[in-house]
Design a protein around this ligand. Sequence first.
Ligand code: 4AD
Ligand code: MG
Length: 464
Amino acid sequence: MQPARGLPSPTLYLGIAELFQSPPIGEKLIIRGWIRTRRTTRQVSFVELYDGSTLRSLQVVMAHEQIPVERIESELHTGSSLEVWGTLQATPNRPQPFELVAEGYQLYGQADPEVYPLQKKAHSLEFLREIAHLRPRTRTFQAVFRIRSGVSFAIHQYFQEQGFVYVHTPILTPSDCEGAGQLFRVTTLSPQETDFTKDFFGRTAYLTVSGQLEGEQLAMGLGKIYTFGPTFRAEPSHTPRHLAEFWMIEPEMAFYDLTMTMDLAEDFLRSIIRHTQAHFSEELQFLAERYEPQLLTQIENVLKESFLRLSYTEAIELLEKSGRRFEYPVYWGADLQAEHERYLVEEYARRPIIVYNYPKAIKAFYMRQNEDGKTVASFDVLFPRIGEVIGGSQREERYEVLLNRMEERRMDLFAYKGYLDTRRFGTVPHSGFGLGLERLLLFLTGMSNVRDVIPFFRAAGQMG
Ligand code: 4AD
Ligand code: MG
């Protein structure tokens, strides 16, 4: 702790969060941060300072007798950064519990009000997307990114406490896990070259759409594993729910069947939601006031009752009986569209639902075929306002059945050799699921666009 210019030693360097935890009233302090706003009256200026340690800001009072008003007016603008020293004084009759009575300050960096874009108290989220690099300076994004950090921590804690092993699966892969063809190709060939045997890996390579296939291989040695990493999908959809780069959490468990996996998914989501509710009340309150008045009730409601479980066939029957006219036709075999999911979750169940046993034709090759020959042991968890947050399944562990399925779909078996080997050597029933982190964050923050819950978004046609 080096003493600042002209200040008695020792002087405390503190974060603003620490001030609110136990205010050192009467002490000499040094605070560093950025200016949220400044208001200048005849004799004093009030500077609202934030430092990222909390959503709250510190009010700094600068008497013009002590610090010349000309200097304040030319240097201290919204966004400017500084170090300020003075004494913390209790202010029992004001909205804020205390303020810093400044003796002096040193400027770190100017933010010219003529060009610095963040001048208003609240900018629209659309406007902020155009300047993603400045979003962390707003309280909205400070709240969202703090929640994102806390949720990530809680996810690790949940799995670690239950004996899951955190594994790192590769980002560069030779295969398409979901078989949906939404791959980004990675190459060092020039655009004219087409012979991929001459490419960097001697074969085609892609950015992974999911760590699941490697996760399954690891679970065959480690029992229960989870991944937590970025995944990439060249999905041309321009929706508020799709990113080209998003973060997925994928647990995979040996000896789990579909029911055990749905139970785990539900318990896991509840636990993360409870953690967020318990540790981020200030952030949630702020986001509720700004964006989603029902946020706290929605969170509370999800925790109240268990999720409703419906087979796909039951879901189709309910949609047919609803008397609704949907844009996309409802029939057995059709994939559920957002409008169908919304009806089931928001109007029929009024709580999260788990739809299971989807038709085999609309699901990925690795899902276990049910006895009926028509469906696979799969499930989706659907949330109010968001739709699908989790997709999962029991895996096809029978070698012949899996091989047939892959051949039917004309898959390149060479690219899946290691995967097929798990079924040749000591295969066991196993299951897993994938949670889209940004989808869950939409629910937890009240934001309505996935571009607003990841620091730098990559989506079709956009790199924020
Ligand atoms: O349902 P998906 O495609 O399932 C899988 O990838 C499996 N391999 C998971 C597994 O069983 N291990 O994706 C899982 C979740 C979705 O439910 C959704 O929440 C999210 O990932 N997701 C996306 N989130 C943002 N942008 C996109 N383009 C997404 N695609 C999927
Ligand atoms: Mg899915």
